[in-house]
Design a protein around this ligand. Structure first.
Ligand code: UDP
Length: 325
């Protein structure tokens, strides 16, 4: 019987791509998801157990049944704006839910634990590229909720010898190169899918601010292909299973692109014009975010392979074209 890995939030964008990567490396990814934001049809690579991370009896039942050798934790709310409007929803689910999950993880092991964290834990960067030792001062409840979980992991590493890794993603983009799964946020708030939807529909995409102190006046972000993220997760779990050191790793491309560069690339890839509308700045947006992933390269042997911007946008476009929206 191949080893099972419990994947909370395995029906979501990044979780489903990680399930595919785990399946192709011979693990059984067991998705545990309440389907509040995930999609049943994205669970294609292992069993689906519907449940909430806060529901401990249900979690214990799933742990007892599948006896996972490790846990990957994606289940969380992940909209910055929503977190500002409804902080308790974020602290309740992302922090409280993670505490309940970790209780089960400790009771059943402790088991190696890989956590889906974010560059939003850094807040406004003081130097670039951002390395893992940069101070973490999140500027919204979403980032704070992820940072609290990182702190819980560090504490449990001391108290219960929990082996853990927090992967801090920069801007996840792209889609499964085979077209089996892709990005399906509702509502969609991310730049690349919105730009491609504008290419498809002819309805303008908003550019949030053209007066930033950047070469073309628009924000610069570090986009990283979801298939590269998935590969890093498998490496992280293998590393912990081999007895690797607990800690945090950035997952980034170490290369930034402006909103206008994203739009120009999307026009090239789709062969269609992208209508735009200039809007005011979105609050909480730092002008530039670029990460260093040297630690992941050195310790996990990871390197982004599909994170050329044109390739990321091509994979996202191929996915969006197949969907009816
Ligand atoms: N953005 C934009 N228009 C949109 C959505 C996003 O101009 O409709 C900008 C956003 O202000 C940021 C960049 O695109 O500067 C990336 O935003 P996204 O929401 O994709 O990711 P984030 O950086 O917030 O994680």
């Amino acid at each position: 019987m191949p080893d099972a890995i419990l994947v909370t939030g395995g029906a979501g964008f990044i979780g489903s791509h990680v399930c595919k990567a785990l399946g192709s490396r011979g693990y059984v990814p067991v998705t545990y998801d309440n389907l509040s934001r995930g999609h049943r049809e994205a669970v294609k690579f292992g069993p689906l157990e519907i449940g909430d991370i806060a529901h401990q009896d249900r979690l214990r039942d799933v742990f007892d049944r599948y006896q996972p050798i490790a846990v990957m934790h994606f289940a969380a709310f992940a909209y910055v704006g929503e977190s500002v409007a409804q902080p308790l929803m974020y602290y309740g689910n992302n922090v409280g839910g993670s505490a309940a999950l970790l209780q089960a993880v400790i009771e059943h092991g402790p088991l190696p634990f890989v956590f889906s964290s974010t560059c939003a834990t850094y807040g406004v960067p003081e130097r670039m590229p951002i390395t893992e030792d940069h101070q973490q001062r999140p500027i919204n409840p979403y980032g704070s909720s992820k940072l609290f979980v990182e702190r819980m992991l560090a504490d449990l590493g001391v108290s219960h010898k929990l082996p853990w890794i927090a992967l801090r993603y920069f801007n996840a983009a792209g889609s499964d190169p085979d077209g089996d799964i892709g990005e399906m946020h509702d509502p969609e708030t991310h730049l690349i899918p919105l730009v491609l939807m504008a290419a498809r529909s002819g309805q303008p995409v908003q550019i949030f601010g053209t007066d930033y102190d950047t070469p073309d006046g628009t924000c610069i972000r570090d986009y990283i292909h979801v298939a590269d993220l998935a590969d890093a997760h498998v490496r992280a779990i293998d590393y912990l299973i081999r007895g690797g050191r607990s800690g945090a790793f950035n997952l980034a491309n170490a290369r930034g692109y402006s909103i206008k560069e994203v739009i120009a690339t999307a026009e090239r890839v789709s062969g269609r014009p992208v209508p735009t509308k200039i809007a005011s700045r979105r609050s909480g947006d730092p002008p530039v975010l670029i990460g260093s992933a040297e630690r992941a390269t050195t310790e996990l042997g990871w390197k982004p392979m599909r994170s050329d911007l044109e390739l990321q946008i091509t994979d996202a476009w191929n996915w969006i074209k197949t969907r009816n929206r």
